[in-house]
Each structure stands twice: as C-alpha cells, then as structure tokens.
Design a protein around this ligand. Structure first.
Ligand SMILES: [Ca+2]
Length: 125
C-alpha cells in the first residue's frame, strides 16, 4: 500500500467514524427529549420515536430539521431555552404544544389529539 493509499484509507476511516458518531447523536437527543417531556401525550411520544418532533420526516437528517429542530440545534439541545419560543408561529409556545396541546412544536399543521388545541387548530386548516 502506497503512502497515498494509506492516507486515503485513514481519511475514509475518520469520516466513517465521524458519521457514526453523528448518527448516534440523534437517539441521544430523542431520549433526552422523552425523559424531559415524560408527561407528553402518546401521540407526541410516538412522534419522537419517529423523529418527527424535530424533523419534517422520519428521515432524521440535519437537512430536514423543522423550525423546532433548528431551534434546538442552535441552542445546543437546550430544551428549557426552547420552551418559551413559538417555533412554528402558531401562537402557542413550544412547551404549551408539547405538554398541553399535544401538537408538534415545529409544525403549525401538526396532527390533532382529541379535544385539545390541536383539534381546534384543525378546524381552521
Ligand atoms: Ca407553536
């Protein structure tokens, strides 16, 4: 193996290690979120399992973060700092949506859950 090939192999290994480390960060954030918001409704806890609290789809890529996910990323995953903010601009703070309304804080068209704020929002879509 030439020095050039050895260098390329080493850089590739570094990139793979970095990518694996990045992939492990998402479940960590998800689990931290679920621990902090243990009182969140089942709909949101399921959404968390599917990465839909912070991402526009279950493809949890940094490229498809919603407004709440972007806020968390910008705040180094500080949930408390994100709580008083209205990420999706629907007039309800993130913590209200998570703990009271059962709606997605980064999606102003989020799913409904029974007779909650989400159900009221759905009437005006
Ligand atoms: Ca909101």
């Amino acid at each position: 193996m030439t020095r050039k090939n050895l260098l390329v192999a080493s850089l590739s290994l570094c990139l793979l290690t970095y990518a694996a480390g990045t992939a492990h960060a998402t479940p960590s954030v998800k689990n931290s979120w679920k621990t902090r918001y243990a009182a969140a409704c089942a709909t949101l806890r399921t959404a968390a399992d599917q990465c839909l609290i912070c991402h526009a789809s279950s493809n949890a890529s940094i490229d498809n973060l919603n407004s709440y996910g972007t806020l968390l990323l910008d705040n180094n995953h500080n949930f408390a700092a994100a709580e008083p903010v209205d990420s999706d601009g629907d007039g309800r703070t993130n913590v209200q949506e998570i703990l009271t309304d059962c709606t997605l804080p980064g999606d102003n068209m989020s799913p409904t859950d029974g007779s909650t704020w989400g159900a009221i929002k759905s009437l005006f879509r």
